[in-house]
Design a protein around this ligand. Structure first.
Ligand SMILES: Cc1cc2nc3c(=O)[nH]c(=O)nc-3n(C[C@H](O)[C@H](O)[C@H](O)COP(=O)(O)OP(=O)(O)OC[C@H]3O[C@@H](n4cnc5c(N)ncnc54)[C@H](O)[C@@H]3O)c2cc1C
Length: 236
């Protein structure tokens, strides 16, 4: 971007986005970061578990990156995010370097998956980018079986344990054919599958949705959303 375009992006960003302050930041294993944000605008916002919050990770550009609030305290104007810092994208860089006291610009919360509609036993399928959604789901129901795929299964298992997601959790290694993930999800669906929630890698979301149509016990409700896709940036 040219200097003028960058300044225009900053002006537009200042007008459209809300300013938030980082009031807490803790590093978790395997490249995860937990960040608490405080903003005056958060006091007036209505949060629906599963909603998204967008962040502008780089000045001079209007491109936003999307995260899932884990919880929302309107009285204090505080929310919390759990981000996975894979690679070198602008948001991964921002979360890797973030420190308490820093400010940032955000947009939202806005509707994404409405977890309040997750009825009955829930089968939750996801990856590293879905961890915050799993935490948000806990504010709605405990009746959940989780199947995660991960580049570092032991690391993700440790992170989930620190976030107190320990019951009925399976973490498999991410693989190109997703055979183990699909087999585990289909197996868990036999006992728990009124609602299927699947998020994360676009290719996995597609594969799980397609596979679920052939499960012996099909979920009555399916909520799926791609959170990222290979070689695509800022998917929303
Ligand atoms: C509704 C919604 C909610 C989301 N909530 C969360 C959340 O709470 N926590 C969270 O960590 N993420 C979440 N995500 C995913 C996050 O927005 C993306 O991972 C985003 O692309 C990160 O931006 P970036 O600038 O780091 O990378 P980008 O510039 O967007 O991408 C750079 C490269 O990294 C790859 N990439 C992006 N994400 C991943 C990933 N997770 N694993 C491996 N490779 C990846 C891309 O394919 C691309 O090649 C959510 C996405 C959506 C749509």
């Amino acid at each position: 971007m040219t200097g003028i375009a960058e300044r225009l992006a900053d002006l537009a960003g200042g007008a459209m986005l809300d300013k938030a302050r980082v009031t807490g930041c803790s590093r978790l294993p395997a490249g995860f970061v937990r960040v608490e944000l405080e903003a005056e605008a958060f006091r007036k916002a209505t949060w629906v578990p599963g909603a998204k919050l967008q962040l502008r990770p780089r000045r001079g550009s209007l491109s936003l990156r999307t995260y899932t609030p884990v919880s929302w305290d309107a009285d204090r104007g505080v929310t919390e995010l759990v981000a996975y810092t894979h690679g070198t994208g602008p948001a991964a860089n921002w979360f890797e370097r973030v420190t308490e006291g820093q400010t940032c610009e955000v947009f939202g919360p806005r509707r994404s998956i409405d977890l309040r509609e997750a009825t009955g036993p829930v089968l939750f399928v996801g990856d590293e980018s879905s961890v915050a959604l799993a935490c948000a789901l806990r504010t709605v129901t405990d009746d959940v079986s989780y199947v995660f795929e991960a580049r570092d299964p032991a690391g993700l298992t440790e992170v989930l344990a620190q976030l107190r997601i320990t019951d009925r959790v399976t973490v498999v290694a991410k693989s190109a054919d997703r055979a183990e993930l699909l087999s585990r999800a289909g197996h868990d669906a036999l006992r728990t599958a009124d609602t299927l929630i699947v998020t994360g890698d676009a290719a996995t979301v597609h594969a799980v949705r397609r596979d679920s149509r052939g499960w012996e016990r099909k979920p009555r409700h399916v909520k799926g959303k791609a959170y990222w896709a290979e070689n695509r940036t800022g998917l929303d």
